[in-house]
Design a protein around this ligand. Structure first.
Ligand code: 5AD
Ligand code: SF4
Length: 471
């Protein structure tokens, strides 16, 4: 542990040196032009990426960049990309086409790409050949080198590509700017070893590695001092937390330690893989008063043969038994999930199994995805399901899910819940907040309520949100 930390802090110092250099360069720009350089970060994909973007933002701020109102006016644009599904990739290419014109307008504009998509060889080739206006490309393992890469690009005035195939050290203490004041995400581990046959994440995020518990706890203590009330512990598969560390610790034990941190009032985590969700974790969730009664437990598909080919390592029956076990210990827990429709070989009867799981597990929310073929994964080589069948089955899945979600919401009407007010709604008189089970509620209020945990009575609902009033 000590070794890892020492190397990390030395590297961090090096990077701080580059940040200082860029800050000086930007200061010179300000003195000449009378305006500060601006930045714009666009995040694609999951919470892990959103959290990485907070680090990118923190580093750029440290280097003297100010947020731009609009992407087209920014002097430094970063796309933090995702490659879990093809449409996220297509959006990046589309946006890059748009930026080409903007760059002609603003000669100072620099364009950087990072994140999962950049870890793929074919993508790099495409960028090099067709998107020559991109200045800096880096990947998921070397985000912390941003300042150094900007500096190299500045010195050489040539495109910089720096993609690592493997992870290096875990770099602690990067500057970061949180999107929300009262809630924050904390990485507890990186990477994934599961190799679900449809998924590209293990190829682009590398093998599982956990952060030392003291680093995590110190970060959360500091967040608490800064006024954060809710933390989200992030990892592709949090149940594997602790494996490979010198210290002897499990995710359940970590959760119990986080629960003791003063000032933190709510703890969430994602994502849990059903195959290794332990009893120990269920008991920790039950016992820890700050751990929210919500679990995100992706089941992906209901048919056992599909699950086997997906390499998920559980059956439909095992999944349902697990949900029952969790509910027997924590009766009011909300269970949400991820579902993929259209995996190779999935016919109507297979989707009936998925619908059966939906009806039995009664999810209070779900992310539903149409299967997207990802080059390099085992499933990409399998025979694909025709699009019309996939679309029809996707709609069948939604038709099964939505009434259940609506019913669960309806049961809340008339009841009072604790709500963390965390944002101003698009209608300015309204505030949005989250119940402990993660459902979204809109209620009348103003900015002064942000960050408070308030009692809210639910008065009405739609499928995807609740409406309430403060009492
Ligand atoms: N196609 C569609 N959905 C996918 N996911 C992962 N890979 C793919 C893919 N190739 C979904 C899974 C996972 C979520 C983060 O993204 O449901 O749980
Ligand atoms: Fe992808 Fe499976 Fe790992 Fe989740 S557990 S990131 S779906 S390989």
């Amino acid at each position: 542990m000590a070794l890892n930390e020492k190397i990390s802090s030395a590297e961090l110092e090096r990077q701080k040196g580059f940040m200082d250099k860029i800050r000086d360069i930007n200061e010179e720009f300000y003195n000449k032009k009378g305006r500060r350089k601006t930045m714009f970060i666009q995040t694609f994909g999951c919470q892990m990426n959103a959290h990485d973007s907070e680090k990118l933002y923190g580093m750029l701020e440290e280097m003297g960049y100010e947020p731009a109102d609009e992407e087209k006016d920014a002097d430094f644009v970063i796309y933090n990309t995702c490659c879990v599904r093809e449409n996220a990739e297509n959006r990046v290419y589309g946006n890059l086409g748009y930026l080409k014109h903007q760059k002609k307008r603003n000669p100072y504009m620099k364009i950087a790409l990072c994140g999962c998509m950049m870890q793929q060889e074919t993508v790099l080739q495409t960028i090099k050949e067709k998107y020559k206006h991109v200045d800096i490309v880096f990947g998921t393992f070397n985000l912390y080198k941003l300042a150094e890469l900007i500096y190299i690009n500045y010195e050489t005035n040539a495109p910089v590509f720096d993609i690592w195939k493997e992870h290096g050290e875990i770099v602690e203490d990067l500057p970061s700017v949180r999107h929300f004041k009262y809630k924050a995400s904390v990485n507890i581990m990186f990477g994934c070893n599961n190799f679900c046959s449809y998924c590209i994440v293990p190829y682009v995020r590398g093998r599982e590695r956990s952060r030392c518990s003291e680093d995590i706890l110190n970060e959360i203590r500091q967040l608490s001092k800064d006024g954060v009330k809710e933390v989200m512990l992030l990892g592709q598969n949090v149940n594997s937390y602790g494996k490979g560390l010198e210290e002897d610790i499990t995710f359940a034990q970590l959760l119990r330690k986080v629960n003791e941190i003063e000032g933190i009032e709510r703890i969430r985590f994602m994502t849990s893989h059903p195959k290794d969700l332990s009893d120990e974790l269920i008991y920790a969730m039950r016992d820890c008063d700050k751990v929210c009664h919500h679990i995100h437990l992706p089941f992906q598909a209901g048919n056992n043969e599909i699950l086997r080919v997906m390499n998920r390592k559980y059956t439909k029956e095992q999944y349902l038994a697990l949900v029952d076990k969790i509910r027997s210990e924590i009766p009011d827990i909300a269970v949400t999930t991820d579902i993929i429709v259209g995996f190779p070989g999935e016919d109507d009867a297979c989707v009936d199994d998925t619908i059966d799981v939906i009806k039995k597990a009664r999810f209070s929310g779900a992310f539903t995805f149409i299967y997207s073929k990802r080059t390099g994964t085992p499933a990409a080589a399998m025979e694909q399901v025709p699009e019309d069948i996939v679309k029809r089955n996707f709609n069948r899945v939604l038709d099964a899910l939505n009434p259940i979600i609506y019913d669960i919401n309806k049961e809340k009407i008339g009841k009072v819940y604790k709500v963390l007010a965390d944002d101003v709604s698009s209608d300015a008189d309204f505030i949005t907040g989250r119940l402990e089970d993660n459902s979204l509620v809109h209620f009348k209020g103003d900015r002064s309520m942000l960050g408070e945990i308030l009692d809210v009575r639910i008065t009405d609902c739609k499928t995807f949100y609740l409406i309430g009033e403060r009492i």
